[in-house]
Design a protein around this ligand. Structure first.
Ligand code: 13P
Length: 250
């Protein structure tokens, strides 16, 4: 049985004092959650968050990393650096990074390998845009992205990769994919993984849905056959709202 993993992606929001206040109220709201709870926060909040989640069931993730461990890469943060302060998860290949920061399937693949080499668990984003969905090539796009992202990983690493299926047209737009559509797209991804890495691996991979998840649609999405939780943007910025998503089954 796969566990549910529900992660908040704060994107470029929240100052350290806001992050600390958030965790202080959020912590008690999710302490009996059955799902794994992760907050992916800006670099400047990481250390404060790590200190404040000690003794709770909340895990902390970053939103990006560089694929080299160190060197002349001004402005970048490596997986080794994230691990050194106690970060456990890292989002890789978010569509906003692909669109605005020239992230490619190749850099995504290098970053995933570096995340594993440094003991981090990657949350890898894939998803089609509206035109690709409307022209009927969504399956081809997301299965290709998945294949290239995971290229060269061992079966064990693939099992430990979290994939977030985030259709670009549903991100921050208020338009959610229907539970059936999201579940179907996630099945395409799982089938592709089965084809390359075998059924046993595919059955274990956590595949989340992301794109306008809120407390009013979380239950419908997360109780389908293949959606293993969510990656939540806007609705993760308020502790009450995000806690309702995390506790979708209560
Ligand atoms: P929203 O939940 O704001 O649509 O964002 C989704 C997302 O991009 C999470 O990574």
């Amino acid at each position: 049985m796969r566990r549910k993993v529900i992660a908040g992606n704060w994107k470029m929001n929240m100052l350290p004092n806001e992050a600390i206040e958030y965790i202080q109220s959020f912590e008690s709201m999710v302490k009996s959650a059955e799902a794994e709870v992760i907050l992916c926060v800006p670099y400047t909040d990481l250390f404060y968050c790590l200190l404040n989640v000690q003794g709770t069931n909340i895990k902390i993730g970053a939103q990006n990393m560089h694929f080299e461990e160190n060197g002349a890469y001004t402005g970048e943060i490596s997986g080794k650096m994230l691990k050194s302060i106690g970060v456990e998860y890292v989002i890789i290949g978010h569509s906003e990074r692909r669109e605005y920061f020239a992230e490619t399937d190749q850099t995504v693949n290098k970053k995933i390998k570096s995340a594993f080499a440094n003991g981090l668990k990657p949350i890898v984003c894939v998803g089609e845009n509206l035109e690709q969905r409307e022209t009927g090539i969504a399956e081809e796009i997301i299965t290709k992205q998945t294949e290239l992202a995971l290229e060269g990983l061992t079966n064990e690493q693939v099992k430990n990769t979290i994939i977030a299926y985030e259709p670009i047209w549903a991100i921050g737009t208020g338009k959610t994919a229907t539970a059936d559509d999201a579940n179907n797209s996630i099945k395409w991804i799982r089938n592709k993984i089965a084809e390359i890495y075998g059924e046993e691996v595919a059955k274990e991979v956590i595949i989340q849905y992301g794109g306008s998840v809120k407390s009013s649609n979380a239950k419908e999405l997360f109780t389908t056959s293949d959606i293993d939780g969510g990656l939540v943007g806007g609705a993760s910025l308020k502790p009450e709202e995000f806690s309702k998503i995390v506790n979708y089954n209560k």
